[in-house]
Design a protein around this ligand. Structure first.
Ligand code: HEM
Length: 424
């Protein structure tokens, strides 16, 4: 007993240092979100492997094998549901984790690379979700993947080539399923695993979680990892696992009829985490909705750690009381403005003479206006109102996530047949 306890402690201390600063144990610093994401990845690996014993990845057998899993295999439905809920919760946990890292200033010196690694992790887990979406080969899967992959076709020059590459042909079919299966069960989990180890190691190399800057002369109050940190991690992890297991009993993962390439559902929607982008497609020229704006957003997020200078306050939510007020205003104004823009554009699109969808009217013009608006706001906040660069960068991150969240909510609940606005 003593021997096995020591082995477990040794294993834990391979991942963690022997002691951690007491301050970083504060729940309200991290809300355990990174750890939760890691637990969810663990659940996904486990339930994914179990499903592989039954799942068949050919167009003729995929749907039937999912039916066998859910109807005939003991606990098969539960295992599938756990996989489904873990995958969806992982997107939420990772985005909230990103937000907490951003809003506690945990992306500055010593953590810059980890921010970038985190962004790649986010990209990978979205890809894992998306490639897994197709595997049941039902109507939901088939048409969501058709919608999303067709967005690739709008990318100038290499778009059609990319579309063929992902689909393995011009239509979503057997080769697409084969491509997605390999990406989903081998390439993406492998990359996710390696990147996660790197991510954890970088947290350790930075001396643990971010802390409030203080006088270097004052010694840091440290506590032993076992039991102080590990007990908290175990409590969070077990609570989360219990929540997912119960959710998976109460709520089944969706499964519609078998995919029918001849009958498109109306509306045909992307998976919920891409509905924000599908919403953009309704308002912008496809090249801007599928390429220019996502690329601008991705580049801006990659640059975040290099933007905020030494003004970056660490370990304090929003940096300061002023930063908190700015964050609240940004959220409220961002949500209101997004809603107003969507409704106004909807009216314009339904008017007798709707604005034509050209590169100029729905591409360059709104993009130019957006850049001018952001530059103006930046100037106003930093130069006139004397907010620090860090506080302004945090407000920018909040704005982006609020806009995406509002667009996602509209896409999930308020888009009906023909993607027209409708009451849920
Ligand atoms: C699969 C997805 C992810 C997993 C499993 C994960 C896991 C973790 C864990 C366990 C920690 C330490 C504990 C904590 O902060 O809660 C951490 C810290 C960190 N993560 Fe993540 N993370 C993921 C995604 C991301 C994303 C999307 C970002 C941001 C772009 C990010 C950036 C960071 C940074 C900068 C730290 C250091 C925070 C600090 O020093 O306080 N991570 N992550």
């Amino acid at each position: 007993m003593k021997q096995s306890r020591r082995s477990i402690t040794d294993l834990i201390l391979h991942l963690h240092p022997h002691t951690v600063p007491r301050e970083t144990l504060r729940v309200s610093l991290s809300w355990g979100l990174g750890g939760m994401a890691a637990v969810l990845v663990g659940l996904l690996f486990l339930t994914g492997i179990l499903q592989l014993f039954v799942y068949q990845s050919s167009v003729h057998q995929a749907y039937a094998s999912v039916l066998t899993l859910t109807r005939e295999v003991p606990f098969g439905l539960w295992v599938r549901n756990i996989h489904h809920w873990s995958a969806n919760l992982l997107v939420v946990a990772a985005v909230l984790h990103l937000l907490r890292v951003a809003l506690t200033g945990a992306f500055g010196q010593g953590r810059r690379l980890n921010w970038v690694v985190g962004l790649f992790l986010l990209f990978l887990l979205l890809s894992a979700n998306f490639t897994g979406y197709l595997l049941p080969w039902d109507q939901l899967a088939y048409w969501a993947v058709t919608i999303c992959t067709s967005m690739l076709g709008y990318i100038p020059i290499c778009g059609p080539w990319l579309l063929e590459l992902f689909r393995g042909g011009s239509e979503v079919g057997g080769p697409t399923l084969a491509n997605f299966f390999v990406l989903h069960v081998a390439f993406i989990p492998g990359s996710l695993f390696v990147l996660m180890l790197w991510h954890f190691w970088l947290v350790r190399r930075a001396g643990g979680l971010v802390q409030v800057k203080k006088d270097e002369q004052v010694p840091v109050d440290r506590v032993p990892t076992v039991p102080d940190l590990v007990v908290r991690e175990a409590a969070f992890g077990l609570l989360l696992i219990a929540f997912v297991l119960i959710l998976a009993i109460v709520w089944d993962a969706p499964l519609l009829e078998q995919a029918n390439p001849g009958m498109s559902p109306n509306p045909a929607k992307a998976p919920w985490y891409f509905l924000g982008f599908q919403e953009l497609l309704l308002h912008l020229h496809p090249v801007f909705a599928t390429l220019v704006w996502p690329l601008m957003g991705a580049l801006a997020f990659l640059c975040v750690p290099f933007w905020a200078d030494s003004s970056l306050p660490t370990g304090v939510w929003f940096g300061s009381a002023r930063g908190r007020t700015l964050a609240v205003w940004t959220s409220a104004v961002g949500a209101g403005a997004t809603l107003a823009l969507v409704l106004t554009d909807n009216l314009l699109l339904q008017s007798a003479a709707p604005v034509s969808n050209t590169l100029m009217t729905r591409g360059l013009l709104p993009t130019g206006l957006l850049i001018a608006l952001l530059a103006g706001l930046y100037f106003l906040l930093v130069r006139k109102l004397k907010y620090t660069r860090a506080e302004t960068v945090m407000a920018g991150i909040i704005l982006t996530l609020v806009v995406l969240t509002v667009c996602t909510i509209i896409g999930v609940w308020f888009r009906g047949p023909e993607m027209h606005l409708s009451w849920p």
